[in-house]
Design a protein around this ligand. Structure first.
Ligand code: IYR
Length: 230
C-alpha cells in the first residue's frame, strides 16, 4: 500500500526524442578552445563598481543555473536576488559581524594561514557595492502538499553544479561575481525569510568590477596536474 495518495506522488516524465545536433569535429574543437579560453579569463574579484545591472541579466544567470542536472531532477535550489540597498546593508552588517568573530577567534590558525595569501578579512564592501547580491539556498529536503518531508538526493552536488553554471553565465555576459561564504550563514534564512528546509550555501555579489579592481596573481593548475588518463 502506498502511504501517500497518488496525487501527491512526484510527476513522472514521459520520454521524448533527444534534440541533438552532431557538430563536425573541427567545429567542436574550435568551440571547446573558445569556451576554455573565455572561462580561463574569468577572475573572482572582491572589488565591485556600484554601476547598476538590469534585472533581466540576473534572470538569465539564474535561468542558466536552473539548467543544472540534479539528483532525481529535484532541482533543490532557490536563488534569492537582492537589489534593495537597505536589505543588502543588513546582510553586510550581519555578515561582517560573523566574519569578525571568524577572523578574530573562531577560525583555526591553519585556516587563517591558508587565507593569508589572498588578503581576505572581515570587511565585506562588495555586499553593498555590487548592484545585486544573489544568495543560493540549498533545499535539504522538499515539502509535500501535506507539509511532510520529501527526501532530496545529492543536494550539495546539485547546488554546486548550479552555482558553477551561474558563475559561468555571469562571466559570459561580461559581469563579475564572487563566491562568498559567510561563516556561519544561518542569519541569511532569517533576514531573507526562507523556510527551514532551505540552507544558505553561497552568497554571490554580481556586477561590474570597480575601475581599480585588483585580483591576486594566482596560477591555475596545469592539465597534467589535474587529469589522469588510463
Ligand atoms: N568566510 C570568510 C573566510 C573565507 C574562507 C575561504 I575557504 C575563502 O576562500 C575566503 C574567505 C570570508 O568570506 O572572508
Amino acid at each position: 500500500m502506498p502511504d501517500r495518495a497518488p496525487s501527491e506522488l512526484p510527476p513522472s516524465h514521459p520520454f521524448v526524442p533527444l534534440r541533438f545536433e552532431r557538430r563536425p569535429l573541427e567545429e567542436s574543437r574550435a568551440r571547446a578552445r573558445a569556451f576554455y579560453e573565455e572561462m580561463n579569463r574569468r577572475r573572482t574579484t572582491r572589488h565591485f563598481s556600484t554601476d547598476p545591472v538590469p534585472r533581466d541579466l540576473i534572470e538569465y544567470a539564474i535561468r542558466t543555473a536552473g539548467t543544472a542536472p540534479s539528483g532525481a531532477h529535484q532541482q533543490p535550489w532557490t536563488f534569492v536576488a537582492i537589489s534593495d540597498q537597505t536589505l543588502k546593508a543588513e546582510i553586510r552588517r550581519a555578515a561582517e559581524e560573523e566574519e569578525r568573530e571568524f577572523y578574530h577567534g573562531r577560525a583555526p590558525q591553519e585556516w587563517l594561514d591558508a587565507l593569508a595569501p589572498l588578503g581576505t578579512d572581515q570587511h565585506k564592501p562588495h555586499l553593498t557595492d555590487a548592484p545585486w547580491v544573489i544568495v543560493l539556498f540549498r533545499q535539504a529536503h522538499g515539502l509535500l502538499p501535506d507539509g511532510s518531508k520529501r527526501t532530496y538526493y545529492y543536494t550539495q552536488e546539485s547546488c554546486g553544479i548550479a552555482a558553477g553554471l551561474f558563475i559561468a553565465a555571469v562571466h559570459q555576459m561580461g559581469l563579475v561575481t564572487l563566491t562568498h561564504t559567510p561563516n556561519p550563514m544561518a542569519f541569511l534564512s532569517q533576514l531573507l525569510g526562507r523556510p527551514g528546509n532551505e540552507k544558505a550555501m553561497l552568497v554571490m555579489p554580481v556586477g561590474y568590477p570597480a575601475p581599480d579592481a585588483r585580483v591576486p596573481d594566482i596560477r591555475r593548475k596545469a592539465l597534467g596536474d589535474i587529469a589522469i588518463w588510463k
